[in-house]
Design a protein around this ligand. Structure first.
Ligand code: MTE
Ligand code: HPA
Ligand code: MOS
Length: 766
C-alpha cells in the first residue's frame, strides 16, 4: 500500500493537507516563547525548592536562617504559609502542598527559597536545614502489596470463570515479570510564573496540559474563587502526560510565595530537581497464569498487576484502570480475572505518561502470546492472528464493550505482506544459523487503543471563534499545544468550515478566562474534542453569514456556499472580506462559541463495565533487531508501521506523531532505566545516567503508512486520535529482542523491561 501523498493535494480544503505546524518556523528560529522566555515584570522573585533528602520520616523542624542570611535572598515559604487548604486540591486529596510533619519521598518539596535571581535561590535552598527522623521506607510494590499499603482500593474485573478454564486448559504457563517507569524528559522543564494583580486577582503563566486544573488548585490553595485566577498557556515544550497534573504543583508553590511576599514569582525547576520531584510513568509488576490449547488459542487468564503509584494517588486510579482496559489489546479473552493493586511506595507520585497505563496493559498479553508461541513451537504472528477479536462473534471486551469497528485482521495481514514478514522470518533463521555472534529477531505486534477519557465527564470541550472586520479569524479553544499540532489542526478545521484560506485563521493561547472548565489536553482526544467544538463555533458564525447573504440574494440559506475565500449563491459570488464587512455594518454577530460532548459513551465506575471509549484506534508494527551476544548491545534495524488515523486531518503531523510515539515507546522498553537505590534516591536523575533515544537510535529503515479508511464513528472530518496509540507499537521491539534472545539460546521468558544491554546479556546467561 502506498502512503497518501503528503505534499500535494487536489482538495481545496485545509483539512487533509500537510500544513506546516503553526509554530514550526518560530520554534526553529528561537522566536517561539515559552514561560521562561516571557519578559519579567519588575520585582519578580525567583524560587528554588527545598527538598527532602529522606524517603520517609518525621519532619521535626526546619531552619532557614543561613539561607535567609545570604545576600539577595528575600524569603522562605513552607506549609505554614498556605492561606487556604494545606492539602492540594488533587483528586485523591492526599498530598500536602508543602510537606509538613512527615516526608514521603526523596525530593518531596518542603518549601521554597525566594531570591532576586535563580542561582542565588538555588544555592540558598541548599542551606535550609531539615530536622528529619528517618523511618524505614517502602520502595517496592512487592513490599507495599505484602503490607496492603495502597493509595486507592484494589480493583477486580472478571468475565466467565478463569479458574475453571485454567483447570480445563490443555496447556498452562505461569510467570511473573516487570516493566520500568519512564521520565517524561520534556525539553522544557516544569515552570510557572505567578503575578499578583489588583484586588486579589491572580495571573498564572504555566506550562500545563490542564490550565483549568491549575486555576482550580491555585484558587483552592489561596482560598479565592476560581474567577480570581486566570491561567494561560501558549505552548509547552512537550508534556507527554507529565504536565497533566504535575504542572499544578509548581503553580501552587509559586502562588503561595507570591501571596506571602506580595510580588511576582517565577519557579523553574532545573533538570535534576525535575527528575527528583515530579512523578513518572508507573512501573508495573505482574504475575499470571494463562491457559491455551495446542493451536495457541487462549482459554483462560488470571492476572495480578501491581502498579507502583508512589506516595499519593494523583492519576493512579485512572492509569491503573486503563491498564485493565488494555490487557486484551487486540485479542478476545473469554475467561479472565484481573486484579489491580495501586501500591503506595515512598517514591515520587507517578502520573500520566503517553498511553496512560495502556502500554502497561498491552505488554502483558503481547508477552504472553510470544511465550505461548515459543512454548508450542509456532510462529508468534500465527498465535496473534488466532486470538484476534472477531467481527461478529468473539467481539466483546472483558469490560463488556463490543468492538464494532474492528479492522485488525486486514490491517495486520496488509502489514505482514508489505513488510514481507514471512520471507524475513526465513531469512533471519538462515542468517542466525550462519552467524555465531550476531543474532537477529523479528516481531509483528498490533495495537488497539480506546479513545476517550475513561472518566466520561472529561469528554467535553468548548471553543470561541472570532471573525474580525477585516475577515481574519481568531480561534480559542480549551486545548493546549505541546508540540502535537493541535492548534494547526483546529485552524484547518475552522478554515474549512468558513471556506477561508488556512492562513486567515490563528489559534491563540489556552486561557481559562476565555473557555472555562476545559479538560486536560490528554487521552489523545485534543482534536476530537476541541476540533469539533471549534467546528461548531465556526458553523454558528457561518450560519449567521449565510442567513445575511440569503437575505440579500433572496435565496434559501442552504443555497449559500463558503469556499476558497468566497461566498457563493445562485445569484453570484462575493469575497469573504466584503461579506464580513457588510455583515458587521448590518449588526450581524461575527463571533460565537461552540460546545461538544462525545456521544455514546457511558460506564460504571464500580464494575468498570460499559462503553468507556467512543472508538478504537488501530495499528501494527513489524520490527527487526540484531543483538551482539558477546556484549548484549543491539540495534533496531528496520521498522514498518501501518497505523490507523482515520481520514487524516494533517498527514505530516500524524506521521510525526506516529514516528515520535514509536521512538518514545522504544526508549521506555530499551534504554530508559530508572534506578532508585536502597535509600529511595533516584540515582538516574540527569541525561548522563538516564538515556532517552538519540537520533542515532532511530532505525535506519522506519516506514510509516496510514490506513486508508475514515473513522467509522462520526468524528471530526472522519479522523482518529493519534497522540498515544503509536507508543504501543514499540512493543514489537520488545518482542523482537526476546525473539533474538531466544534464537541465541537465551531465556526470553525471563526478560524484564527495559531491555538494556545488561538485561540482554543476563538473559543470555552472560
Ligand atoms: N507530541 C508532542 N510533540 N509533545 C507532547 O507532549 N504528548 C502526547 C501526544 N503527543 C505529546 C505529543 C500525549 S501524552 C497526548 S495525550 C497527546 O499528544 C495530547 O494531544 P492530542 O490529544 O491533541 O493528541
Ligand atoms: N487519559 C488521560 N488522562 C486522563 C484520563 C485518561 O483516560 N483520565 C483522566 N485523565
Ligand atoms: Mo497523555 S498521557 O493522556 O497526557
Amino acid at each position: 500500500m502506498n502512503a497518501p501523498d503528503h505534499t500535494i493535494t487536489t482538495l481545496p480544503l485545509a483539512a487533509g493537507t500537510s500544513r506546516v505546524h503553526e509554530s514550526a518556523r518560530a520554534q526553529v528560529a528561537g522566536l517561539a516563547t515559552y514561560v521562561d522566555d516571557m519578559p519579567e515584570v519588575r520585582g519578580t522573585l525567583h524560587a528554588a525548592p527545598v527538598c527532602s533528602p529522606v524517603a520517609r520520616g518525621r519532619l521535626r523542624g526546619l531552619d532557614a536562617t543561613a539561607a535567609l542570611a545570604m545576600p539577595g535572598v528575600r524569603g522562605f515559604v513552607g506549609a505554614a504559609d498556605v492561606p487556604g487548604d494545606p492539602i492540594l486540591a488533587a483528586f485523591g486529596h492526599d498530598e500536602p502542598v508543602f510537606a509538613h510533619d512527615t516526608v514521603q519521598h526523596v525530593g518531596q518539596v518542603v518549601g521554597l527559597v525566594l531570591a532576586d535571581d535563580v542561582m542565588t535561590a538555588r544555592r540558598a535552598a541548599r542551606l535550609v536545614k531539615l530536622d528529619i527522623e528517618p523511618l524505614p521506607p517502602v520502595l517496592t510494590v512487592h513490599e507495599a502489596h505484602a503490607r496492603q499499603q495502597y493509595v486507592l482500593p484494589p480493583v477486580h474485573v472478571a468475565r466467565g470463570d478463569a479458574a475453571a478454564a485454567l483447570a480445563r486448559a490443555p496447556h498452562v504457563l505461569e510467570d511473573s515479570f516487570e516493566v520500568g517507569g519512564q521520565e517524561h524528559f520534556y525539553l522544557e522543564g516544569q515552570v510557572a510564573y505567578v503575578l499578583p494583580l489588583e484586588q486579589n486577582q491572580w495571573w498564572v503563566c504555566s506550562s500545563t496540559q490542564h490550565p483549568g486544573e491549575v486555576q482550580h488548585w491555585v484558587a483552592h490553595a489561596l482560598r479565592v474563587p476560581n474567577h480570581a485566577v486566570t491561567v494561560e498557556c501558549r505552548r509547552m515544550g512537550g508534556g507527554f502526560g507529565g504536565k497533566e497534573t504535575q504542572a499544578g504543583h509548581l503553580a501552587v508553590w509559586a502562588a503561595v510565595a507570591a501571596n506571602k511576599l506580595g510580588c511576582p514569582v517565577k519557579l523553574r525547576l532545573d533538570r535534576d530537581d525535575d527528575f527528583q520531584i515530579t512523578g513518572k510513568r508507573h512501573p508495573f509488576a505482574y504475575s499470571y497464569r494463562v491457559g491455551f490449547d495446542g493451536s495457541g488459542l487462549l482459554c483462560g487468564l488470571q492476572l495480578t498487576m501491581l502498579a507502583n503509584c508512589g506516595f499519593s494517588a494523583d492519576l493512579s486510579g485512572p492509569v491503573a484502570d486503563r491498564a485493565i482496559f488494555h490487557v486484551d489489546n487486540a485479542y478476545f479473552l473469554q475467561d479472565v480475572a484481573i486484579s489491580s493493586y495501586r501500591c503506595k511506595t515512598n517514591l515520587q507520585s507517578h502520573t500520566a505518561f503517553r498511553g496512560f497505563g495502556g502500554p502497561q496493559g498491552v505488554i502483558v498479553i503481547e508477552r504472553i502470546l510470544g511465550d505461548i508461541a515459543r512454548h508450542l513451537g509456532l510462529d508468534p504472528l500465527d498465535v496473534r492472528l488466532r486470538n484476534l477479536y472477531g467481527t461478529n462473534e468473539r467481539h466483546v471486551t472483558h469490560y463488556q464493550m463490543p468492538v464494532e469497528d474492528n479492522i485488525l485482521d486486514p490491517l495486520i495481514t496488509t502489514l505482514a505482506q508489505t513488510s514481507r514478514y514471512r520471507e524475513r522470518r526465513q531469512q533471519i533463521a538462515a542468517f542466525n544459523a550462519e552467524s555465531p555472534v550476531i543474532k537477529k529477531g523479528l516481531a509483528l505486534t498490533p495495537v488497539k487503543f480506546g479513545i476517550s477519557f475513561t472518566a466520561t465527564l472529561f469528554n467535553q470541550a468548548g471553543a470561541l471563534v472570532h471573525v474580525y472586520t477585516d475577515g481574519s479569524v481568531m480561534v480559542n479553544h480549551g486545548g493546549t499545544e505541546m508540540g502535537q499540532g493541535l492548534n494547526t489542526k483546529v485552524a484547518q478545521i475552522v478554515a474549512d468550515e468558513l471556506g477561508v484560506p488556512f492562513e486567515r485563521v490563528v489559534c491563540t493561547a489556552a486561557d481559562t478566562s476565555k473557555v472555562p472548565n476545559a479538560s486536560a489536553t490528554a487521552a489523545s482526544s485534543g482534536t476530537d474534542l476541541n476540533g469539533r467544538a471549534a467546528q461548531f463555533a465556526a458553523r454558528h458564525v457561518r450560519d449567521n453569514l449565510a442567513a445575511f447573504v440569503a437575505g440579500l440574494d433572496g435565496c434559501g440559506a442552504g443555497a449559500v456556499r463558503f469556499a476558497g475565500g468566497e461566498i457563493h449563491t445562485p445569484k453570484g459570488t462575493r469575497r469573504w472580506e466584503d461579506v464580513v464587512g457588510a455583515a458587521y455594518a448590518n449588526r450581524i454577530q461575527l463571533w460565537s462559541d461552540g460546545f461538544y460532548r462525545t456521544p455514546k459513551i457511558h460506564y460504571d465506575k464500580t464494575t468498570l463495565t460499559g462503553r468507556p471509549f467512543y472508538y478504537f484506534a488501530y495499528g501494527a508494527a513489524c520490527s527487526e533487531v540484531a543483538i551482539d551476544t558477546l556484549t548484549g548491545e543491539y540495534r533496531v534495524l528496520a521498522v514498518d508501521i501501518l497505523h490507523d488515523v482515520g481520514h487524516s486531518i494533517n498527514p505530516a503531523l500524524d506521521i510525526g506523531q506516529i514516528e515520535g510515539g514509536f521512538v518514545q515507546g522504544m526508549g521506555w522498553l530499551t534504554t530508559e532505566q530508572l534506578v532508585w537505590n536502597a535509600k529511595g534516591q533516584l540515582t538516574t536523575h540527569a541525561p548522563s545516567t538516564y538515556k532517552i533515544p538519540t537520533t542515532g537510535d532511530v532505525p535506519r529503515h522506519l516506514r510509516v503508512d496510514l490506513w486508508p479508511e475514515a473513522n467509522r464513528e462520526d468524528n471530526v472530518h472522519g479522523s482518529k486520535a493519534v497522540g498515544e496509540p503509536p507508543f504501543m507499537l514499540a512493543i514489537s521491539v520488545y518482542e523482537a529482542l526476546r525473539d533474538a534472545i531466544d534464537q541465541a539460546g537465551g531465556d526470553a521468558g525471563s526478560v524484564n523491561a527495559p531491555v538494556t544491554a545488561e538485561e540482554v546479556l543476563r538473559a543470555l546467561g552472560g
